[in-house]
Design a binder for this molecule. Sequence first.
Ligand SMILES: *Cc1c(COP(=O)(O)O)cnc(C)c1O
Length: 411
Amino acid sequence: MKLTNHGYTFGGVPVTELSKNFGTPLYVYNADVIRKNYHTLKNAFSGVDVHLKYACKALTNINVLKILQQEGAGLDTVSIQEAKMGLRAGFQPNDILYTPNCVSFEEIQEAVSLGLIINIDELSTLERFGNEYGGSVPCCIRLNPHIMAGGNSHISVGHIDSKFGISIYQVPHIKRIVDNLGIHVNGLHMHTGSDILDADVFLRGASLLYEAAKSFEKLEFMDFGSGFKVKYKEGDITTDVNDIGQQIVDSFKKFCLEYGKELQLWFEPGKYIVSNAGHLLVDVNVVKQTTSTVFAGVNSGQNHLLRPMMYDAYHHITNVSNHTGVERIYSIVGYICESDTLGYDRKLNEVRVGDILAISNAGAYGFSMSSNYNSRFRPAEVLIQNQKAVLIRKRETLDDLLQNQIEVDLV
Ligand SMILES: *Cc1c(COP(=O)(O)O)cnc(C)c1O
């Protein structure tokens, strides 16, 4: 978002025009930012054969998938449904990595029949996979390097108590299963979480994977997952992708030399690609003065943006209707019957009933985690390209809420 003389614009479109034309609550995404983020990250790893698999659980609107397909990305999916969305969007099956956790073996079989790249994160599943397919279907193995990414265990998935991946200490057991059943392991994978701040943590995980790679002769790629930290507020420490990129490239080149083959280097960014490409626009319903604070109550809440409640995440909030108003302190809360605070003690230009607030960094894990709790409709979605906004998901109706309900004769 940019502040011009005439107020805030996003992708060249005045933000209040977006809310006027499409209503609120509204998710807006800027296609140019998505494309730019993709290339910034890809270029940070120049010098090796790098492939980015967009972790689509961050934002699955089919138009966003198509944008990334156009740019040359692959897809990282965590469910068969995400993979099928990817196929609909035009991805080839062998561009889609399927990285499930605790799914049924039947779902993995379906993924094989669709031709997806299979990532296995559990020993008994690996064994079953080998019994079923032998070496006829290659698979990648998800290792847990037990690296603690950042301080927030809600986000961190590589630590000792995590349910994800096969422990790096179990490589000898993996090797046994692989050798006995003739499994073709084509890749090794780790994803330590979403809070990695510096190259050191990444490289520590990487070196553990390099060590493990010595046990597998037919590797084609190494997948270092994600963990790129994005800026949520001024002063946040973020991943410097160019700095981390060149350090990883150097270490990866050295590894390939030792391994005796030039492997592909894969990453699975979600947040990095779409987080700052999206805002959630909401309307102020109520300004409520209490004995301790002023609440700005908006027509949205944890049903539309769960991250503040679920992860205690900070999302910057701007009053886009009154950019010249004096600043005051507010708590911005939702209309859901839970204490769904979107932001505590925020300095905003004076908020009046009817003002539009923009909640930033809403591209990743915004709409995709939204629900119909309190029987509220989920927001509509809009895409901005070339300074034009188009609707990419219409607003729900009461019929949508009742669509799959079956009214029966009550006795
Ligand atoms: C969620 C997830 C990602 C993406 O994480 P971000 O923090 O959004 O970049 C990547 N890989 C796997 C396996 C995931 O589950």
